[in-house]
Design a protein around this ligand. Structure first.
Ligand code: ADE
Ligand code: ZN
Length: 334
């Protein structure tokens, strides 16, 4: 099972680039940029990671961004993630980034997206990993700020595949961003939003995502299982759910393997992802491996989740089908 998980060609659809910042790179960039980190060593920094809910994670995640200042910093961050992912047989990734986490610190939108984009091009050419970029809005900032950032993105539209919504969900429902997401859709972008596990009013938020925003996918969405009606809508609309087992464990003390079994049993399009792998100390393979151990998933179920990720990805049909054929070939040979 371990070699099956490690070697099957995979897609990752829910990973925050800023959440892939490894402590060693953070220290190197801090030194280069003259930024102070209040820890002696990368190990001491990791030892201070203490997450028990979304806000406690987010405060450490935003503090971590302070070392990212110039275009090359964003290039290095992105290239390092894509190298690591490729070493785990991830052949395709959809990458979130949080421009407001940088523009609010005086780093320009152009600096951020250009560094990321150049690394995506180089990683595809040199490492053979394809990727597309998703601009995430911070839901604890205003809708006006989100709209301003969507406007900043207009000259770079060819570099983006979609928009998402992340950060602190409490009292920041999807409908706060109805106009922003309508404009993004009109610009030809795909739509997704976080419905993190066990958040206040989560069922209302999931319902708004589906029926008001009309998202193309839902990030997390585990609590949808509490409502038969929501599950039916998710199935009817063939919406993918990007579940992040190790990330969930910080909030609900389980990898949500029971819930993932239920989704598979209901034929919901569940996928497995790493979310913020440098902080949660688990990339995609570790998420699959730990989940498999907790939930005793068999190879057919692992294959379904891997295939689901390609199916609900935002690739054209021909490219999707070619990746799905690679998965089938791997399974046939294994
Ligand atoms: N930003 C980065 N990781 C996140 C998560 N898991 N939930 C919400 N916002 C995030
Ligand atoms: Zn996330």
């Amino acid at each position: 099972m371990q070699s099956f998980i490690e070697n099957i060609p995979k897609a990752e659809l829910h990973v925050h680039l800023e959440g892939t910042l490894e402590p060693e790179l953070s220290f190197a960039l801090a030194k280069k940029n003259g930024v102070d980190i209040p820890f002696e060593t990368p190990e001491a920094l990791v030892a201070a990671y203490d997450f028990h809910d979304l806000p406690s994670f987010l405060s450490i995640y935003y503090a971590g961004m302070n070392v990212l200042l110039d275009e090359d910093d964003f290039y290095q961050l992105t290239y390092a993630y894509l190298s690591k992912a490729r070493s785990q047989e991830v052949v395709y990734a959809e990458l979130f980034f949080d421009p407001q986490g940088h523009t609010t610190r005086g780093v320009s939108f152009d600096t951020v997206i250009t560094g990321i984009h150049k690394a995506q091009l180089d990683a595809e050419e040199k490492l053979g990993i394809k990727s597309q970029l998703i601009l995430c809005f911070l839901r604890d900032m205003s809708a006006e700020s989100a709209m301003a950032h969507l406007e900043m993105a207009e000259p770079y539209l060819d570099w983006l595949v979609g928009v998402g919504l992340d950060s602190d969900e409490r009292n920041n429902p999807p409908i706060k961003f109805t106009e922003v997401f309508a404009k993004a859709k009109a610009m030809g972008l795909k739509l997704t939003m976080h419905c993190d596990v066990n958040q206040l009013n989560t069922l209302t938020h999931i319902d708004q995502c589906i029926n008001t925003i009309e998202v193309d996918r839902i990030d997390h969405g585990v609590n949808s299982l509490e409502s038969d009606a929501l599950c039916e809508m998710i199935k009817d609309k063939k919406l993918g759910l990007t579940v992040c087992p190790v990330s969930n464990r910080f909030v609900v003390q389980s990898l949500t393997s029971d819930e993932i079994h239920s989704m598979l049993d209901k034929d919901m399009l569940v996928t497995i992802n790493s979310d913020d792998p440098a902080y949660f100390r688990a990339y995609l393979n570790e998420n699959f491996l730990e989940l498999q151990k907790e939930g005793d998933f068999d190879q057919a179920q692992i294959t379904t989740m891997v295939s689901n990720a390609f199916k609900v990805s935002w690739l054209d049909e021909a490219t999707k089908n070619s990746y799905l054929a690679q998965v089938d070939d791997f399974v046939a040979q294994h």
